[in-house]
Each structure stands twice: as structure tokens, then as C-alpha cells.
Design a protein around this ligand. Structure first.
Ligand SMILES: NC(=O)c1ccc[n+]([C@@H]2O[C@H](COP(=O)([O-])OP(=O)(O)OC[C@H]3O[C@@H](n4cnc5c(N)ncnc54)[C@H](O)[C@@H]3O)[C@@H](O)[C@H]2O)c1
Length: 437
């Protein structure tokens, strides 16, 4: 059944402790906010959503939003992730129910970049191992296996938002940059900065002393990057760089890019000397027990996915997600939507009094958009302007129209029925929200 609502979103549920400034921003925009600590289980989340009538959930990465949650909570209209990763949300279930899912792909970049740079130097100087031996009372003063980073080649896999900033910071320490990215715009950036490009992963690994992975979960065509850094590729690290290459690997992006067993085997063989890992194929949720796959390998320094966990990143994220969400709530506008990360849609901001915005999430069935336009016309309203985007992979589209008078609830129900009739799909319209400015 289509989710129909009138006006701005007024009730929010906040879980997993995003920065408190988020609640202030939402409350000052007139929302009723319920904040609960920790990550609720599926049953707890459903009961919280029923209790509060929340139309939006603000969450980080641990709370699972399953199909069961989506389908048992008809008031829900949006999910706002206060992080970048969206694996915790059943996106297909959201698309099927006309629920918009937003993230924050930019605010935590600086924190990740600084952690990467700190690892580059600390691993090159074997600092973590030295700390352990000094604590054990061992005075071992040696230059063995210790390197300067100046003049070394840093291979950046994925020259997106984070990869690009890592490259610039490393360059300022005198490192030479090599990159691999399949996106034309990213390649252009690399070329503009005068960095060397590798057109294959083995080439990048062979020609680099350090490799740092900054890939997104999927490539530009939507293909998953799971297992993209195979044992054969990892084994090429520093192969063309001679015996004095530090051969250091870093992954602070996605845990499933490589298999921990492959990294361990290569560390054991001395093919890779040291590594830093912040992300894992399986990460615990809440207080679940966790086994560090590298616990017997001190050459691999691990951290519990804290790339973005800084005092500075969290308020920055709160600010951005509040803006993203309020743009959607007040004006139906869309940015940072996980269905299509680079998509930006919007018609009006402030100063458009008198207009009415109709925000419709619908199936990509042929005829649905025409059915919406027809109902607006039949209702005697004029479509002043509209924007539209299909998200083919998920079979959902978003349509935002500015019209000159509001539709009645009955007219909106006619819209739902006539789209179902035209397309033969009872679920053609997934959600409709009407906002009178
Ligand atoms: N450790 C943490 O706490 C933390 C925090 C923030 C982000 N991250 C992760 O860091 C990663 C990078 O984030 P970002 O904001 O820079 O992402 P981004 O989307 O800006 O950049 C990713 C780049 O990888 C490229 N890419 C993806 N798949 C590719 C492939 N198969 N071949 C070649 N190029 C490919 C893309 O073209 C893009 O340029 C993401 O996976 C994100 O989830 C981790």
C-alpha cells in the first residue's frame, strides 16, 4: 500500500549516538525527536517506531533496517545515515516501499585521511612493534626494516573523495603518487595533479612501495568490489621496487575488498611486510563477540572501524545530514541519496510561497509518470515544473513536481489507483508526500 503523507516530516527517531547538535537542528526546525542510546535490535526498532510514530530514522552503521522493519512501519518515509556505509539498510525493501535513504559521503573524509597518514609513517618506522617491545623492557635500537617515506611511491586504489585527499597529504611529505580508478572524472583529477596512473591493479601494486585502498563498495557501473584485491594482486606489492621497498598495505575503506587469510599468508611469506586494517569482512554489531583475524600477526595493525571516529567529524556529519534531511522534508529535494549517490534533485528552496510540492516515489513501470501528470491535470492543477529520476537497479523512480494548488487526499488516492491501472502494478506508486509551501 502506498505511503501517503501531507506536509513536512515531523517525528524523528535517533539511534546509535550521532552528535547531539543533530537533535538541536531538528528540534529547531520543529521536529519531535526521540533519541535512544545504542543500536536497537529489529524487534526493538519496530516497537520504537510504533511508539514514536517516527517518519525518519537517523542512524549510524550498526542498527539493521530490514524488510521486516520497513514493512511493519507504514509511517516511515526516510532513513538518514549519519555515516557513509549503507550496508545496514535493506535498500531494495526501501525502494519497494518508497522510502528514501540518505547518507553522508563527505564529512568524515578528513578524519580517515589523517589516520591513513599516521599509519603510513608509523608502519614505515615499525613504531607499533617498538612500543610493545619497549613496554616489555627491550632496548632494541636498530634501523632494520625502518624507512623514510620521502621519495617512496604511494599507490592509491580509488581516487575518490578520500583517496584524493590522502594523495595530496602524502605528496606534501615528499611521496610520489600513483593511482588506479576506473572513473573518468577521477582519472582527470589524478592527471591534473601530475600523478602517475596505472590502468590495472597489478601494475599499481608492482610499482608502489605502499598501497592504500580507498574504493567504494561498488564501481561506477554498480558492480560489487567484493574480493577485488585477490591474493595474486596483493602479492605484487612492491615487486618492481627493489629489495628496499617497505611493502606496506593499508585498507581503511571496505572490509570485503580482500580476504584476511590472503593478507596473513602474504605477511607470513614476507611478500607484504606490514599492514594497517580498519575494516573487516564481518564486523560485530553492538556488543557481539569479535575475533581479530590478525591477532597472531603483530605486523598487521588493526583498529575497530574508527576511521571517522573523531571529535571533529561527528559534529560535521550532524550538520550535513540535518541539512540533507531538512531539504528533503521541507522541499522534497534530494542529495546524498544512496540509490544514486551523485544525483541531486530539487525545485525550490525558500521564497516559493503558494506553490505545492508533490513528491512521489514510484515504480519504473512504463506509464507511471504519465498517470501522475494526468491526475494533476484532471484535478485542474497546473504542473509548474518538475524533476524526475529513475534508479533502474532498484526499480524505483523519484518524481518531484511543483503545482499551483494542493490535491485533496481523494485526488492523491486517485493518482495511486490510476497508476496501478495503467501499469497493471498495484504497487506502482510507493509513496506520495504533498508539501504546501
Ligand atoms: N574506515 C572508515 O571509518 C571509513 C570512513 C569513511 C569512508 N570509508 C570508506 O572509504 C571508501 C572511500 O570513500 P570515498 O568517500 O573516497 O568514496 P568515493 O566514492 O568518493 O571514491 C571511491 C572511488 O573508488 C573508485 N572505484 C570504485 N570501484 C572501483 C573499481 N572497481 N575500479 C576502479 N575504481 C573504482 C570510484 O570511481 C571512486 O573514484 C568507501 O568505501 C567508504 O565506505 C571508510
Amino acid at each position: 500500500m502506498a505511503r501517503i503523507s501531507m506536509g513536512e516530516i515531523t517525528r524523528a527517531l535517533v539511534v546509535e549516538g550521532p552528535d547531539g547538535s543533530l537533535d538541536e537542528a531538528l528540534e529547531s526546525a520543529g521536529l519531535e525527536v526521540r533519541r535512544v542510546p545504542g543500536a536497537p535490535s529489529e524487534a526493538e526498532l519496530i516497537s520504537l517506531l510504533h511508539e514514536t510514530g517516527a517518519q525518519v530514522i537517523f542512524k549510524r552503521s550498526r542498527t539493521l533496517v530490514t524488510r521486516q522493519v520497513i514493512e511493519s512501519c507504514p509511517a516511515l518515509l526516510a532513513i538518514q545515515l549519519c555515516c557513509i556505509g549503507d550496508d545496514s539498510v535493506d535498500k531494495q525493501a526501501c525502494a519497494d516501499n518508497g522510502i528514501m535513504v540518505f547518507n553522508d559521503p563527505v564529512s568524515n573524509a578528513r578524519s580517515v585521511v589523517e589516520l591513513v597518514i599516521s599509519h603510513v609513517i608509523a608502519l614505515a618506522r615499525r613504531l607499533y612493534e617498538t612500543d610493545v617491545s619497549c613496554r616489555a623492557g627491550v632496548w632494541e635500537k636498530s634501523n632494520e626494516g625502518r624507512y623514510e617515506v620521502k621519495g617512496k611511491v604511494l599507490g592509491v586504489v580509488g581516487l575518490g573523495n578520500i583517496g584524493r585527499q590522502v594523495a595530496r597529504a602524502a605528496e606534501s611529505m615528499g611521496m610520489r603518487i600513483r593511482f588506479f580508478d576506473s572513473r573518468y572524472a577521477a582519472q582527470e583529477v589524478g592527471i591534473e595533479f601530475g600523478w602517475e596512473e596505472s590502468s590495472t591493479l597489478p601494475d599499481l601494486f608492482r610499482k608502489s612501495d605502499f598501497v592504500t585502498a580507498h574504493l567504494s563498495a561498488r564501481d561506477a557501473s554498480g558492480k560489487s568490489n567484493e574480493g577485488i584485491l585477490s591474493r595474486e594482486i596483493l602479492a605484487q606489492l612492491g615487486a618492481d621496487r627493489g629489495p628496499a621497498s617497505p611493502k606496506i598495505f593499508l585498507n581503511l575503506s571496505r572490509g570485503f575488498l580482500h580476504d584476511p587469510a590472503d593478507l596473513i599468508a602474504l605477511i607470513d611469506a614476507g611478500t607484504i611486510r606490514r599492514a594497517a586494517v580498519d575494516v573487516f569482512p564481518v564486523e560485530p554489531r553492538g556488543s557481539e563477540p569479535w575475533v581479530n583475524p590478525y591477532h597472531a600477526h603483530p605486523q598487521v595493525v588493526v583498529s575497530p572501524h574508527i576511521g571517522a571516529s573523531t571529535q571533529e567529524a561527528q559534529p560535521r556529519i550532524a550538520r550535513r545530514v540535518a541539512r540533507t534531511f531538512l531539504g528533503f522534508s521541507r522541499f522534497g529535494s534530494v542529495r546524498d541519496m544512496v540509490f544514486g549517490p551523485k544525483v541531486k534533485l530539487g525545485l525550490v528552496e525558500d521564497g516559493a510561497e503558494g506553490k505545492v510540492l508533490l513528491c512521489v516515489a514510484h515504480s519504473t513501470d512504463r506509464g507511471t509518470k504519465r498517470a501522475i501528470d494526468e491526475v494533476i491535470y484532471q484535478a485542474g492543477a497546473s504542473n509548474l515544473s518538475s524533476v524526475h529520476k529513475d534508479f533502474e537497479d532498484l526499480g524505483v523512480a523519484y518524481d518531484l513536481a511543483a503545482i499551483d494548488r494542493p490535491l485533496s487526499e481523494e485526488e492523491i488516492r486517485t493518482l495511486v489507483d490510476s497508476a496501478a491501472e495503467v501499469t497493471g502494478n498495484a504497487q506502482a506508486i510507493r509513496s506520495v508526500r504533498q508539501i504546501a509551501l
